[in-house]
Design a protein around this ligand. Structure first.
Ligand SMILES: Cc1ncc(COP(=O)(O)O)c(C=O)c1O
Length: 342
C-alpha cells in the first residue's frame, strides 16, 4: 500500500490493473492459447463477464445453445437477457455431438456457452476428440462460442487438456471467460475475458459504463498473490487434497447410495443420477432434518427436468462428515425407494 497506494486507491483503467492483465495473458499463453490479435478485460468474476458479453452482443435470433444441465447462474443470466435456451444432453465424455449438430442445423443461434472442463454440475471433462469436433461444428454453422474455463486447473489425473480456445487455431470467434473463484478466492470477485481485440475494446466501454472498473485493490491483491509464486504452490497442495477427498466421496457414494449413474472427473463436486421417478428435492427435505444438505440437480437443467439428479459438493467438508453425510443420504434414499414399492 505504501508503494502503490496512489494507484490502487485512485480510479483505474476500465480494462484492468496492468500487472494482473499481463500475468493472466502469460497464464493463458501457457495453456496453449495463441494471443495474436487478442486482448483481455478484467471483470467482477465470471458472472459479470458473461453479463457484459451478453450486453455487448447484437441479438439477432435470441437463441443460445449450451450443455444440459449447466451452470445455473449462466441460465439465469441468459434468461435475464431474454435468450431462449436450447440445452444439449451430456455424455460421459462431454456434449452429445449428434444432438448438437441436429440443433445447429435446425435453427440459427446467436451463441454457444460451454464448460468443457469439470463441467458444472456433472464434473465431466470433454474429450480432446469432442473438443475438435465441437469447434468444427461451430465453425461450420458459424456460431460464436463462450468458453467457461473456471475450473480448468482442478485436474487430478491424466494430462492437461487444451481449452477450446486453443483448439480453434487463432481462437477467433471464441470468447474465453476465466475465474479463480473456485480454486482461490470467490470473495475477491476477479475474473477475465479473453477475446479478439476489437471485441474487448467494445466490452471495455460497456464495463466502464456499468461499474467503471473492478476494484484495483482486489486486483492488486490477487496479482501479488500470483506474482509471489503462491498459486503454483497452493495448487499443488489443493489438488492432492481435493483428489483424495474426491476419491473418498466416490467410494462412499458407490458403497452407500442406490444410484444409477455417477460422474465427476475432478473439480469439487460429483453428480448423481437416480432412477427417473426419484425426486431429490424430497430426499433433500428428509436429509436436511438430519443435518445433511446437497444441491438438487433440477436447478441446473434448461428444460425443467433433472428432478432425479443431485450435485454433491465436498470442498469444505471433513472426511468424517463426508462418510457420515453420504451414509445418511444413502439410507434415506433407500428408505424412500422401499416406501414407494410398498
Ligand atoms: C460453471 C461456473 N463458471 C464460473 C463460476 C465462477 O463464477 P464467479 O467467477 O462469478 O464466482 C462458477 C462458480 O460456481 C461456475 O460454477
Amino acid at each position: 500500500m505504501s508503494i502503490e497506494g496512489a494507484v490502487i486507491l485512485n480510479y483505474g483503467y476500465a480494462q484492468g490493473y496492468k500487472p494482473l492483465m499481463e500475468y493472466l495473458l502469460r497464464y493463458m499463453k501457457n495453456k496453449g492459447v495463441n494471443l495474436e490479435g487478442k486482448e483481455i478485460l478484467i471483470t467482477n468474476g465470471f458472472t459479470e463477464g458473461l453479463d457484459i458479453i451478453l450486453s455487448a452482443l447484437i441479438k439477432k435470433n435470441g437463441r443460445v445453445i449450451c450443455e444440459n444441465p449447466t451452470h445455473h447462474a449462466a441460465i439465469k443470466i441468459f434468461k435475464m437477457h431474454g435468450f431462449d435456451i436450447t440445452g444439449i444432453e451430456m455424455e460421459q465424455d462431454g456434449i452429445n455431438l449428434m444432438e448438437l449438430e441436429r440443433a445447429l442445423s435446425e435453427r440459427p443461434f446467436d451463441l454457444t456457452y460451454l464448460v468443457p472442463s469439470y463441467h458444472n454440475p456433472t464434473g465431466i471433462v470433454m474429450s480432446p476428440h469432442k473438443r475438435m469436433e465441437v469447434i468444427r461444428l461451430l465453425n461450420k454453422y458459424q456460431v460464436p462460442l463462450i468458453e467457461d474455463g473456471f475450473n480448468e486447473e482442478l485436474r487430478y489425473s491424466g494430462s492437461h487438456i487444451a481449452p477450446l480456445f486453443a483448439c480453434n487455431g487463432n481462437g477467433n470467434s471464441v470468447i474465453y471467460l476465466g475465474s479463480f473463484s473456485k480454486i482461490l478466492f470467490p470473495g475477491l470477485r476477479v475474473g477475465w475475458v479473453l477475446a479478439e481485440k476489437e471485441f474487448i475494446y467494445y466490452l471495455e466501454s460497456v464495463k466502464r459504463a456499468r461499474s467503471i472498473h473492478t476494484s484495483t485493490l482486489d486486483q492488486s491483491l490477487l496479482y501479488q498473490y500470483l506474482h509471489n509464486g503462491n498459486f503454483e504452490k497452493y495448487l499443488k497442495k489443493a489438488k492432492s487434497e481435493y483428489k483424495r477427498k474426491c476419491e473418498l466421496v466416490i467410494r462412499c457414494c458407490r458403497a452407500f447410495i442406490p444410484l444409477k449413474r455417477l460422474s465427476g472427473d475432478g473439480g469439487l463436486h460429483v453428480f448423481i443420477e437416480f432412477d427417473d421417478n426419484f425426486d431429490t428435492n424430497v430426499l433433500l427435505e428428509s436429509c436436511r432434518q438430519e443435518g445433511v444438505i446437497f444441491t438438487p440437480g433440477n436447478i441446473f437443467f434448461t428444460n425443467n427436468k433433472g428432478h432425479h439428479t443431485m450435485r454433491l459438493g465436498f470442498s469444505r467438508v471433513t472426511d468424517e462428515d463426508i462418510i457420515k453425510g453420504i451414509q445418511i443420504i444413502g439410507d434415506t434414499a433407500k428408505r424412500m425407494m422401499r416406501e414407494v414399492q410398498l
